[in-house]
Design a protein around this ligand. Structure first.
Ligand code: NAD
Ligand code: UDP
Length: 314
C-alpha cells in the first residue's frame, strides 16, 4: 500500500513509519519539525520506499504522487510543554491539518486514520475511561488548545465519514513512551529518565498522587496496524491499563538509574488530570490486541536509548 503519514518525524510517527516500511508498504512522511526530530526522519530514509515531504500540513499537503491507499494523520505537538508553547499551531493542526488530510484522503479514495488522544476525556470523572465517556475538558484552560483540537478533529473525521462515506478510523492513544522521544520533550517519562541519568532531582508535580498508565510504543504500533485491517469508524482506546501514581513511577525510575537521587515536588500545573487508565475492552474484542511489553522491559530500552544519546553528546 502507499501511505501518507503526517507527523513522521515525531516519536510515534517514526516508529509507525518504520513498521509500515518493514511490512512492505511505501510511506510518504510529512512533517514540519515543530516538535519532531531530523534524526527520526533519518531512520526512515534508510528505506528506499520512504519519501520525505517537508510541509506544514495545517497550511497544505502538496502531495502530487501516485494514488494513496491511506492517509494517517499523526501530526500534532503532543507534550504539554510543546503544545502550551505553540497553542495556535496545535489548534490549527487539529483543525485545518485534519481537514487537509481528510480532503487528501477523499481525493485519493484512500482510508483515513486520526491519531486522537486520551486527553479528549480531560480530567475524567469516570475511571477507567471507556470510549463511550464524553469527557470533562476545560476549553479555555492551558490544555484546551490540545484537548479541543483533538475533539474537533474527531468531530470532523466523523463528519467526513457520515457525509462523504470516507472509510475512517480514530484511535485514542494513552500515554506512550519509548526511544526516539525528545530528551527535552517535557513529558514525565523523558523528564524522569534524563533527570536521573544526569544525577539531578526528579521533578514530581503536586503530591504525585495523580495517576497515569504507560504504554510501550511497539504495543501501540501493533494496535494501529491491527485497526488498519478492521472496519470500525468509532474511536478505539489504545493504551496499557497498568496504572501508577506519578510518585511511584518516579521511585521506579530513580531506583533503576540513581537510587540516591532526590525526588523534588514542584507545583501542580493547571487542569492536570488526576487519574487516567484506559478501558481496552473494545480493542481486545475488535483487534484481539492488548499490550505485551512489561514496564521493566520498555523502560530498559528507553533508558538505553537516552544513555547512548548522552554518551554521544559528551
Ligand atoms: P511528537 O511531537 O513527537 O510528534 C508529532 C510530530 O508532528 C512532530 O514530528 C511534529 O514536528 C509534527 N507536526 C506537528 N505539527 C505539524 C504540522 N502542522 N505540519 C507537519 N508536521 C507537524 O508527538 P508524538 O508523541 O509522536 O505524538 C504523535 C501523535 O500521537 C500526535 O497526534 C499526538 O497527539 C498523538 N498522541 C500521542 C501520545 C503519546 O503518548 N505519545 C498520546 C496521545 C496522543
Ligand atoms: N509530571 C511530573 N513531573 C514531570 C513531568 C510530568 O510530575 O517532570 C506529571 C504531570 O503533572 C502529569 C503526569 O506526570 O500528572 C504525566 O505528564 P505528561 O506531561 O507526561 O503527560 P500528560 O498525561 O499530562 O499529558
Amino acid at each position: 500500500m502507499r501511505i501518507l503519514l503526517t507527523g513522521s518525524a515525531g516519536f510515534v510517527g517514526s516508529h509507525l513509519g518504520e513498521r509500515l516500511l518493514e511490512d512492505g508498504h511505501e510511506v510518504v512522511g510529512a512533517d514540519n519539525y515543530i516538535s519532531g526530530q531530523r534524526r527520526n526522519t533519518a531512520f526512515l530514509e534508510d528505506y528506499p520506499a520512504f519519501e520525505a515531504l517537508e510541509a506544514d500540513v495545517s497550511h497544505a499537503i502538496a502531495y502530487q504522487g501516485p494514488a494513496l491507499d491511506w492517509v494517517m494523520h499523526f501530526a500534532s505537538p503532543a507534550s504539554p510543554p510543546h503544545y502550551q508553547k505553540h497553542p495556535i499551531e496545535t489548534l490549527m493542526v487539529g483543525a485545518q491539518g485534519t481537514q487537509n488530510a481528510l480532503v487528501l484522503a477523499r481525493e485519493h479514495r484512500a482510508k483515513f486514520m486520526l491519531a486522537s488522544t486520551s486527553e479528549v476525556y480531560g480530567d475524567p470523572l469516570e475511571h477507567p475511561q471507556v470510549e463511550t465517556y464524553w469527557g470533562n475538558v476545560n476549553p479555555i484552560g492551558i490544555r484546551g488548545c490540545y484537548d479541543e483540537a483533538k475533539r474537533y478533529a474527531e468531530a470532523i473525521t466523523m463528519a467526513y465519514h457520515r457525509t462523504h462515506g470516507l472509510d475512517t478510523r480514530i484511535i485514542r492513544i494513552f500515554n506512550t513512551y519509548g526511544p526516539r522521544m525528545r530528551a527535552d520533550d517535557g513529558r514525565v517519562v523523558t523528564n524522569f529518565i534524563n533527570q536521573a541519568l544526569a544525577g539531578e532531582p526528579l521533578t514530581v508535580y503536586g503530591d504525585g498522587s495523580q495517576t497515569r498508565s504507560f504504554q510501550y510504543v511497539s504495543d501501540l504500533v501493533e494496535g494501529i496496524v491491527r485497526l488498519m485491517g478492521v472496519v470500525h469508524h468509532e474511536p478505539v482506546n489504545l493504551g496499557n491499563p497498568d496504572e501508577y501514581t506519578i510518585q511511584a513511577f518516579a521511585e521506579i525510575i530513580r531506583n533503576r538509574i540513581a537510587p540516591a537521587a532526590e525526588i523534588r515536588h514542584l507545583p501542580m500545573p493547571q487542569d492536570d488530570p488526576k487519574q487516567r487508565r484506559p478501558d481496552i475492552t473494545k480493542a481486545r474484542a475488535l483487534l484481539g490486541w492488548e499490550p505485551v511489553t512489561p514496564l521493566e522491559q520498555g523502560l530498559e530500552a528507553t533508558i538505553a536509548y537516552f544513555s547512548k544519546l548522552l554518551e554521544t553528546a559528551l
